[in-house]
Design a protein around this ligand. Sequence first.
Ligand SMILES: Nc1nc2c(ncn2[C@@H]2O[C@H](COP(=O)(O)OP(=O)(O)OP(=O)(O)O)[C@@H](O)[C@H]2O)c(=O)[nH]1
Ligand SMILES: [Mg+2]
Length: 348
Amino acid sequence: MVVKKFVGYSHNAVLERIKKEIGKDAVILYSSYKKAPGLLRFFIKSRYEIIAGRDVSSCQQTRNQEVKPKSSDLTDIQFKLDELTKYMKSSKSNTNNRYYNSFKQYFSSDIAGLYAEKFDLEDEKESFSKVFDHVTSRIRCSDGIEFANGEPTRVALVGPTGVGKTTTIAKLMSVYTYKGKKVSVLSNDNYRIAAYEQLKRICDLVGTEMRKVVRPEDIQTELSSLKTSDLILMDTAGRSQQSSSKLTELLKILEAFNPHEIHLVVSATTESSTIYNVIENFKGCRFTKVILTKMDETVKPGNLMDIFESSEVDLSFITKGQKIPQDIEIADSERVASLMLKREVVHV
Ligand SMILES: Nc1nc2c(ncn2[C@@H]2O[C@H](COP(=O)(O)OP(=O)(O)OP(=O)(O)O)[C@@H](O)[C@H]2O)c(=O)[nH]1
Ligand SMILES: [Mg+2]
């Protein structure tokens, strides 16, 4: 019995190779299509695996002849079958790996499978520690806002609806004011009047200048009157990443504001495939950093590793509650990794 495994990226190409190498009497013993799961498909190619065999002895017999396999043939066939069984067991997926279930408590099944295979060490603690180091290295953080020299630093927050942009603007405005910076706020959210008024009230309380800008052409006038500010934060209306007309409207506002930094705000409670979609569709806005909000509301923050493993994003802040200003932190890789792995309770 000849048994061989064939792997390739096209089903037909694999079958062609089998026919060529084993002949047209080849029997398919096992066939599988290994689709890279979820977001992993962006960096692992899906493939076909086929195990084919041919019984050499049968080809040498005529139909009427009684076939009496030699004992050495039987041993050989048994050996090949054992090998096949072993292969099928191991190829089920890396979900059989010893730490898969432990990692799955913290990460999505894709990532748990990836880490279970990559960090399969004898000692479980050691394995977890390697995962922690790896996760820390994958989460890239920038130091909040980087201030420009000699002019007010202009920062805009963009993102889908309801992710916490206005609340984060209020937090940033308060935090940087307490740090001694002169902060001003421009609001381009012309849809939610109540939200505007709420932000205005907070600005009045903290003593921050707040202006409303409706049209892109109004922005220059406002900017010239805010020349003495250290930081100008711009709040924008939430836009669906699916609406290209709304995104074009946003681009015009951003072009007029000409920000030093654009922070894309995403909620940690959003499914990672949707966050991925948001990141892709907002790329046109040329955002430079990402703010992760609602970390207090997510049960499994480690699900976000789907994003950090497949996209190169710089985190600037994380937010973890509705309280202004205390529920915001400058993003730190180790802190985010420990939130993911130790399931540290976020105090609200
Ligand atoms: N739990 C929790 N809630 C938050 C956080 N940040 C914001 N929120 C809440 O999320 C809701 C929406 O917040 P907004 O700041 O209005 O969101 P937005 O992105 O400005 O919304 P639009 O302007 O409509 O796009 C409010 O109820 C906030 O209190 C957070 O870190 N944790
Ligand atoms: Mg808002």
